[in-house]
Ligand binder design. Structure first.
Ligand SMILES: O=C(O)CCC(=O)C(=O)O
Ligand SMILES: [Fe+2]
Length: 484
């Protein structure tokens, strides 16, 4: 097989082809469950000639033999059963041919969903140690393939597990929307112009919960270098990336594919590395060691975006009529988690998504993209494509702001489409209050006419939610609504 697999598990056929001298650790049974060698096969097991079942005079004798076999060993072999030898041989030959196929053909049918009408199983799933085990093998054949590997393999179709039900597939939108706001925020620094910009921000937050910002003060070079080092990271050999692999949403650094490849029913055409980023000195030592400039380049961007988010959040609070220092302490002690996403070119972009519809849990999200691909749901439930604007950053309102604003602003539901030709990268900086800090509606936004509409919640509670719920089935924010 060309290239190398990048899956969490290796099939028995691949291990055999690789000629591993020992079975990997995950195959080793506890001593009491291992087979003890038996010298000869038993010749006491019943072999029953069932041709006599057709003969009324002999039938009762054969049924007697079957009874004895069922009673004693619950097993028997049958001969003269009328399935011709050639049919049996053909079936075995074609099965042998199937298992000898290159892995990329077999993976098209791969699924661990026992309800799927067609599935190929390479034994049962193991634990995360197994995944790391598999990483040591240069040519893997594991049950999940990252989007990057599928892309490298050049699969002509997306495997079955990526295919969305028709109603959830993206309907191609001819043009990206030119009605989405692009706000020049340089004027936030100018006391005479600030109110005008805050007004623009208010309108954008109220109408769609999204805007792009330009003249935000982060140099283009810092953004380009962050995208470049992220690109290099996803181009690394799989062994390197799997060192950071985790499906535990509480881990501060984790590499993965789809949303959560161990639990997703439908998979998404995305690989990602997520890492906590603020305060940077607390987390940066856990970030990828490779590419060697990752920490520096991604760190520069993370620090710059952390400064920007404070300015933006203050403007958003001001737009709600709150004191702009309302969350000062909380912002300083708050979290910054970065999701660096890679969506390789996809052979069938109409059947799948890079990310399913969701809203972000935090206060605001600041997003850098190298190509278009993000779509937003507008007030009429239509999907709008966000255009790529050179140098701009995208700002999305998250669930914490919906709660804090007592529903005056809504977190924006968004999804990611993929492209047949282009690999897209996005660096998503998710800002939120500290892990255990609860946020509820601001008292200034609550009165008799506007009663408290949401329960308070913390980031930790959101993590609890996503670790035990399928986010494609229901939104976290809906669990917080007082009168949904
Ligand atoms: O890649 C994008 O444009 C969006 C990614 C996203 O929504 C997320 O990471 O939460
Ligand atoms: Fe998101």
């Amino acid at each position: 097989m060309e290239g190398e697999g990048e899956r969490s598990y290796t099939s028995a056929m691949t291990l055999n082809k690789l000629g591993v001298p020992h079975v990997p650790h995950r195959y080793v049974l506890p001593p009491s469950e291992r087979p003890s060698p038996i010298a000869n096969s038993s010749n006491t097991l019943p072999i029953i000639d069932i041709s006599s079942l057709q003969d009324l005079t002999l039938r009762s004798h054969t049924v007697d033999e079957i009874r004895r076999a069922c009673k004693e060993i619950r097993f028997f072999q049958v001969i003269n059963h009328e399935i011709s030898l050639s049919i049996i041989k053909d079936a075995l030959d074609i099965a042998t041919e199937f298992f000898n196929l290159p892995i990329k053909d077999k993976l098209l049918l791969e699924s661990d969903n026992v309800y799927d009408p067609l599935m190929r199983d390479t034994s049962k799933r193991g634990d995360t140690n197994t995944i790391k085990d598999g990483a040591c093998i240069s040519e893997g054949e594991r049950s999940y393939t990252s989007a990057m590997t599928l892309n490298k393999l050049g699969v002509p179709h997306v495997p079955h597990r990526y295919v969305l039900p028709p109603s959830e597939r993206p309907i191609p939108i001819a043009n990206s929307s030119n009605t989405l706001p692009i706000i020049d925020i340089s004027s936030l620094q100018d006391p005479t112009l600030r109110f005008h910009t805050v007004d623009e921000i208010r309108r954008a937050c109220k109408e769609i919960g999204f805007f792009q910002v330009i003249n935000h003060g982060i140099p283009l070079s810092i953004m380009k270098e962050a995208i470049a080092t992220a690109t290099e990271f996803f181009n690394l050999p799989i062994e390197e990336k799997l060192l950071l692999e985790s499906d535990n949403v509480y881990d501060p650094v984790r590499y993965g594919t789809s949303l959560n490849h161990t639990t997703d029913k439908v998979h998404f055409w995305r690989d990602f590395i997520k890492h906590y980023s603020h305060p940077i000195s607390k987390w940066i030592h856990l970030w990828p060691l490779n590419p060697p400039d990752y920490k520096e380049k991604m760190g520069n961007y993370a620090k710059a975006v952390q400064v920007l988010q404070k300015q933006l959040l203050e403007a958003v609070l001001e737009s709600l009529g709150l004191n702009l220092n309302y969350l000062d302490k909380e912002i300083e002690e708050g979290m910054q988690a970065m999701a660096v996403n890679c969506y390789p070119a996809c052979p069938e972009p109409d059947l799948t998504l890079g990310m399913p519809p969701h809203s972000d849990y935090g206060s605001i999200t600041i997003l850098l993209q190298n190509y278009q691909g993000l779509q937003l749901k507008d007030q009429n439930d239509n999907w709008l494509s966000v255009p790529a604007v050179e140098g701009a950053l995208l700002v999305q309102l998250g669930d914490q702001l919906e709660v804090l604003s007592n529903g005056n602003y809504r977190s924006v539901v968004h999804r990611v489409t993929v492209s047949k030709e282009k690999k897209r990268l996005s660096i998503v900086s998710l800002h939120s209050l500290a892990l255990n800090k609860k946020i509820g509606p601001a008292s200034k936004l609550v009165d008799d006419l506007n009663p408290v509409s949401y329960k308070e919640f913390s980031f930790n509670e959101f993590l609890d939610f996503i670790s035990s719920n399928d986010i494609t089935k229901g939104r976290f924010i809906n669990t917080l609504k007082r009168n949904p």
